[in-house]
Write a protein that binds this ligand. Structure first.
Ligand SMILES: *Cc1c(COP(=O)(O)O)cnc(C)c1O
Length: 497
């Protein structure tokens, strides 16, 4: 497609004085001319001036250069884009919700508070924990919130020497990053060949650092899709030395309705609503990373919180009492994401939520077993929602995981997560999710088999892929070392010469 026809940037299409909008004369009871002079800008904003069709076509064409979950199968492991039913978008866009103000008096928005409250309760039930806050705006934000709760807990016990967090080497990168931002020190615990935590290493760490361990962060199933069978022993080891267990529940789908982090012994956790509960993510948001705690830790949760007042038979917003509360402080998060998660849970119902985990697990194992004769499978056991290949089985072709990922684009598939986790050199982490049809998954398996054959018959076509996309293979090093991040810089570099 020749998108040059429409120009690369909306600014290049601008023609002085051209307009694609008309504003109503008076919307807020005054016209813009009546705005006090000190509030008006002194010079015009430097904005592109275009007619409506030019704008619509420009952005439509740009969107064609992208690959999204609405274009095709998207088997990205770990940070997976799961099911995003369109009806949830409609619910979140309802004016009654989208025009709310976070400081609106509680008696004017009981139904909204009801939704907040019910979702807190539903998540607590699914997680096996006592209370949830919906305030954090992302998974990493939830991790930081959870770690601050854990730190406050230790401080409230005058146990201030607990400054270390144990994290498995297979962990998502945000785990050590959040611990560092929280001012905690990271101790890495090794994984065994099957991807699970090495209990002997963990025991050594505890023997050495036991009384300074604040917490251990884990996800279960872990990032290679393995369920930690020794989880009860792990949580007991950490509890016995005085630490708390943190559960990274970004991708809770394999566990939904099947097993609960609270029952495994976890004390604090976050969930990514924008992965597991149907908000599309990418491009920076909006997200929501609710944090749950076990009984006894509720007092540390951030405020404001929605509570139900039995006496008044009404929902109220509870702000922290600075004298008595240990709350770590905060503010309401992304309410639109809360609505989508609520709509998703309601539309599934209790009886269907419990199918999510088994279907995610079945789909992942089906792909794994259908391709393991051609792709190197380092961990052979049954996986949960995702698994990892270590490149092609036939290492003589010179075709890398990067090449395969690029070639998949030619066949209309998004690439899996590649070169993560760092446990394997040619890692290719595949998660099909619970909501794909057998036909879609079979199509992906066929494409992966075709590429493995091409790697033998015609490796060049794989190594130089993609061939059918608007942009060919990009120079990653150049993009990382000399990024062009501003419009002016792009003009200087490309047009003024
Ligand atoms: C996505 C993800 C996170 C981080 O979530 P963000 O919303 O991107 O901050 C943390 N842990 C795991 C396992 C994840 O997949």
């Amino acid at each position: 497609m020749n998108n040059k026809l429409y120009g690369n940037l909306i600014f290049e299409l601008s023609k002085k004085g051209r307009k694609g909008y008309s504003l109503p004369e008076v919307e807020y009871g005054f016209s813009t001319n009546e705005l006090p002079t000190n509030l008006r800008r002194q010079t015009d904003a430097e904005l592109p001036e275009c007619d409506e069709l030019t704008v619509v076509r420009h952005y439509t064409n740009l969107s064609h250069n992208n690959f999204g979950v609405n274009d095709g199968f998207y088997p990205l492991g770990s940070c997976t884009m799961k099911y995003n039913p369109v009806i949830n978008e409609e619910m979140a866009a309802l004016k009654d919700f989208s025009k709310m103000h976070p400081l609106q008096p509680a008696d004017t928005c009981q139904w909204t508070l009801n939704i907040y409250y019910d979702l807190q309760k539903a998540l607590a039930e699914l997680a096996g924990l006592s209370e949830f806050t919906l305030n954090p705006c992302a998974g990493a934000h939830g991790e930081l919130t959870g770690l601050m709760i854990i730190r406050s807990y230790h401080e409230s016990n005058n146990d201030i020497k607990r400054t270390k967090v144990v994290i498995p080497d297979s962990a998502h990168g945000t785990n050590p990053a959040s611990a560092a931002v929280c001012g905690l020190e990271i101790i890495e615990v090794k994984s065994l060949n099957d991807g699970t935590v090495d209990i002997d290493s963990l025991k050594d760490i505890i023997a050495q650092h036991g009384d300074t361990i604040a917490a251990m962060m884990m996800t279960n199933p872990n990032t290679v899709g393995m369920f930690e069978k020794n989880i009860i022993e792990i949580t007991q080891l950490i509890h016995n030395c005085g630490g708390l267990m943190y559960y990274d529940g970004a991708n809770l789908n394999p566990m939904l309705g099947i097993a609960r982090p609270g029952d495994m012994g976890f004390d604090v956790m976050h969930i990514n609503l924008h992965k597991t509960f149907s908000t599309p993510h990418g491009g920076g948001g909006p997200g929501c990373g609710p944090v749950g705690v076990r009984k006894g830790l509720e007092t540390f949760l951030p405020s404001p919180r929605v509570v139900f007042n039995e006496e008044e038979n009404a929902y109220t917003v509870k702000y922290p009492n600075e004298d008595t509360d240990l709350s770590i402080g905060n503010f309401f998060g992304n309410f639109g994401v809360v609505i989508k998660a609520y709509a998703y849970i309601l539309s599934l119902g209790k009886e269907n939520v419990k199918w999510i985990g088994p279907l995610a697990t079945l789909n992942a194992n089906y792909i794994k077993e259908s391709l393991k004769d051609l792709y190197e499978l380092p961990i052979k056991e049954a996986c949960k929602h995702e698994f990892v290949f270590d490149g092609l089985k036939d290492k003589s072709t010179g075709v890398t995981t990067m090449d395969i990922a690029k070639r998949l684009l030619d066949y209309g598939y998004h690439a899996p997560t590649i070169y993560f986790p760092l446990l394997f050199h040619e890692a290719m982490m595949i998660e099909p999710t619970e909501s794909e049809s057998k036909e879609t998954i079979d199509g992906f398996i066929r494409a992966m088999r075709t590429i493995a054959q091409e790697a033998i018959d015609n490796p060049e076509i794989v190594k130089t892929a993609p061939h059918n996309t608007p942009i060919g293979r990009v120079d990653d090093v150049l993009a990382a070392k000399h990024p062009i991040l501003t419009y002016r810089k792009m003009i200087e570099d490309n047009f003024d010469k």
